[in-house]
Design a protein around this ligand. Structure first.
Ligand SMILES: NC(=O)c1ccc[n+]([C@@H]2O[C@H](COP(=O)([O-])OP(=O)(O)OC[C@H]3O[C@@H](n4cnc5c(N)ncnc54)[C@H](OP(=O)(O)O)[C@@H]3O)[C@@H](O)[C@H]2O)c1
Length: 270
């Protein structure tokens, strides 16, 4: 019998590429998104169904398992992928911008995971794959909110792996480097607060540098392949760096003192 994966944020980028790859490989795919009524291409795929799910809406999260079970009878893998970047100098951010970044990138993951743990325990097996980032293990200027949401996600995922292994539930993390998606377009929310001055040069260097790097980055199919590997390798393995230079930069982060690492990183950003 075919296995089933549930994906959040399947309307674009990594989530969309992953939905396509799993469907092509004979999996059932529950492709969840905020506006399924706008989706044209995915709904044409065999064994893929669209569901409405906003990761910040408790009522969506609480009803999703039973909806998917009706169509596919069971779910084997939860892929928490939805996310966006709230960026800019922290001094410019509002409390609401901070909360929203954490609602989507962290609390949404926690809330959906809370629905799935009893479900997987009852089934006797399951897998949770969270989408972190290489910046879940180091930082970039102007990305303090995004980085802290991914650092928190790393801590959450690592601790959860300890707890759920005994129940035959595998917990994994994908750590992409720069990937060419809508992330650096519509998914990047730059703080607009013109009353705070002094960050203009940094904003010009860092934000335009990130955009340029993203243009040259590989597409989301690279990450989809890594998610597929994580879902099928049968291993209790926690971290899967993916994308150009991801393993190398994380290795450098591990062996270099933070001050050296950050000096090299800053040179590359400007
Ligand atoms: N691209 C990169 O360079 C990169 C690198 C490392 C990690 N990542 C991570 O990869 C994940 C996917 O990003 P991407 O690059 O594929 O960007 P993307 O193409 O912009 O996709 C982001 C997805 O998240 C969804 N989303 C945003 N807020 C949501 C909410 N409240 N509820 C449900 N879905 C929501 C978006 O849905 P809508 O269509 O409704 O807006 C969209 O489907 C994110 O977690 C991101 O942090 C990306």
């Amino acid at each position: 019998m075919s296995k089933t994966i549930l994906i959040t944020g399947a309307s674009s980028g990594i989530g969309r590429a992953t939905a396509k790859l799993f469907a092509e490989n004979g999996w059932n795919v529950a492709a969840t998104m905020r506006s399924p009524e706008e989706e044209k291409e995915l709904k044409e795929l065999n064994n893929l169904k669209l569901y409405k799910l906003d990761v910040t809406k408790k009522e969506d999260l609480q009803s999703i398992i039973s909806k998917v079970e009706k169509d596919f009878s069971s779910i084997d893998v939860l892929f928490n992928n939805a996310g966006y970047g709230a960026v800019g100098a922290f001094e410019k951010s509002s409390e609401e911008e901070v909360l929203q970044q954490f609602r989507v990138n962290l609390f949404g993951v926690m809330d959906l995971t809370r629905e799935f743990i009893p479900y997987f325990r009852n089934k006797g097996e399951g897998m949770i794959i969270n989408t972190s980032s290489v910046v879940g293990r180091f930082t970039i200027p102007l990305y303090s909110l995004y980085c802290s949401s991914k650092w928190a996600l790393e801590g959450f995922t690592e601790a959860l792996e300890f707890e759920l292994r005994q129940f035959n539930i595998k917990v994994k993390m994908i750590e992409p480097a720069a990937i060419k998606t809508d992330f650096h377009g519509r998914s990047l929310k730059v703080f607009e607060n013109d009353s705070v001055k002094g960050y203009e040069k940094m904003e010009k260097n860092i934000l335009s540098g990130m955009k340029k790097r993203n243009e040259k980055a590989p597409g989301p199919e690279v990450v989809a392949e890594t998610v597929f590997k994580a879902a099928t390798d049968g291993k209790y393995k926690l971290r899967y760096p993916t994308g150009k230079g991801a393993s190398a930069v994380l290795f450098a982060r591990k062996i270099l003192p933070t001050s050296w690492f950050n000096k090299i990183l800053l040179k590359q950003q400007s």
